[in-house]
Design a binder for this molecule. Structure first.
Ligand code: NAD
Length: 352
């Protein structure tokens, strides 16, 4: 039986998590260990990631995470703030270097996208695979030195072949389960780091002859994403370029409450969470859209538990619920029926 560490966190995390568990329970038998994280954990245990929570994660096969943070904890020193003191250590401790963010437009929600209907067509389905633990964000040296006009800020962009190989492998493996196409993003025309990136990705690609590999400069990719998004299946990118492109891809889907994510390590242990935060403005009002959390649970089935069929059933049930005209407030359009968080969870669970 798969064991899941369930960390609802703060704000709407507490409301959307039960809906994801409800859907999981329709698909199999899982054992859950609930633990506090974020602001809720600071209030109860004095820190955002208590020992017991870490233990629960270590003893589980995957972590299902809600969201953390809120105005109550914003005045704490940065290193004690819920996001920084909970999520960053979890990523580090479990070496969660592969961030997977699907940017999918379900056809019934095409109207929410800022892109023209003729560009969206039948919907968009892209998976962004972003390296999460290296690149210019972590490279040394970094800092600010000197004085006056000679003051200098610097950050080292760097990748080792090992780091590129493992994230490229994640992208190719993911492409095998999708439309067998990887677009690798770089800036090999000006950056040495990216020459190594391109060469290493090409090497990994040799092991996946079924998958088509294209290389694209990051500036071109940012244009292509809004001009012709259908050309993409899996986008593979380093930490910084992936950071920027995944947000661009998120906004073209038009709805934050719909976007799941996964962060994986080499053993396919993963942390699964919605892309959005704790939404303090609507917390406790039953207005939150639980779909991002439910789809995150679906990703857990697919990537950590190898339950492809069940993962597909989650996506199909979400699509069917939207086709049947049910909407939470954030995705509401004329002629649809407005439902609350719990009702949306029930409707999706019924359609599994
Ligand atoms: P947010 O994502 O929480 O909310 C942005 C807007 O989107 C809000 O208007 C909110 O009501 C709406 N929204 C978000 N998710 C929704 C959902 N599921 N259904 C309906 N509407 C939804 O971002 P924010 O307001 O910038 O941040 C709020 C708090 O969350 C902050 O403390 C921030 O640090 C934290 N945060 C946490 C994470 C995380 O836990 N991974 C990520 C981002 C932000």
């Amino acid at each position: 039986m798969h064991k899941v560490a369930v960390l609802p966190g703060d704000g709407i995390g507490q409301e959307i998590m039960p809906e994801a568990v409800k859907v999981l329970d329709k698909l199999g038998e899982f054992s859950y260990v609930y633990a506090d994280v974020g602001g809720a954990a600071i209030d109860k245990h004095g820190k955002a990631l208590p020992e017991e929570t870490l233990k629960a994660c270590r003893q589980s096969d995957a972590i299902l995470f809600g969201a953390v943070g809120g105005p109550k904890w914003e005045k704490l020193p940065p290193e004690q703030q819920p996001e920084r003191a909970a999520l960053l250590p979890l990523r580090k401790i479990f070496d969660l270097y592969a961030n997977l963010r699907p940017a999918k437009i379900f056809k019934p929600l095409a109207g929410a996208s800022p892109l023209k209907p003729e560009i969206i067509g039948e919907g968009i389905d892209i998976l962004i695979v972003r390296e999460l633990t290296s690149d210019v964000y972590f490279g040394q040296p970094k800092g600010i030195e000197g004085t006056g006009d000679n003051r200098r800020g610097f950050d080292m962009m760097q990748y080792t072949a090992r780091e590129v190989k493992r994230i490229a492998k994640t992208a190719f493996e993911a492409a095998l389960k999708r439309n067998k196409k990887v677009t690798s993003i770089d800036k090999a025309n000006v950056l040495h780091t990216m020459v190594l990136w391109r060469e290493t990705v090409a090497e990994v690609a040799k092991k996946y002859p079924q998958v088509e590999l294209n290389n694209m400069y990051v500036d071109n990719a940012s244009q292509q994403l809004v001009k012709w998004p259908h050309q993409f299946d899996v986008i593979l990118a380093g930490n910084m370029f992936g950071d920027i492109l995944s947000d661009e891809a998120a906004i073209i889907t038009g709805s934050l409450g719909m976007l799941p994510s996964a962060s994986l390590n080499e053993k396919n242990f993963g942390l699964y969470e919605p892309v959005h935060g704790s939404a303090p403005d609507i917390a406790g009002q039953k207005k939150a859209n639980p779909i991002a959390q439910i789809l995150s649970a679906g990703m857990m089935l697919k990537y950590s538990f190898g339950m492809q069929k069940e993962a597909q059933r989650v996506e199909d049930a979400v699509l069917k619920t939207l086709e049947d005209g049910y909407r939470t407030g954030d995705i509401m359009t004329e002629g649809c029926q407005k439902v609350n968080t719990q009702e949306m969870g029930d409707l999706i669970a019924e359609r599994i």
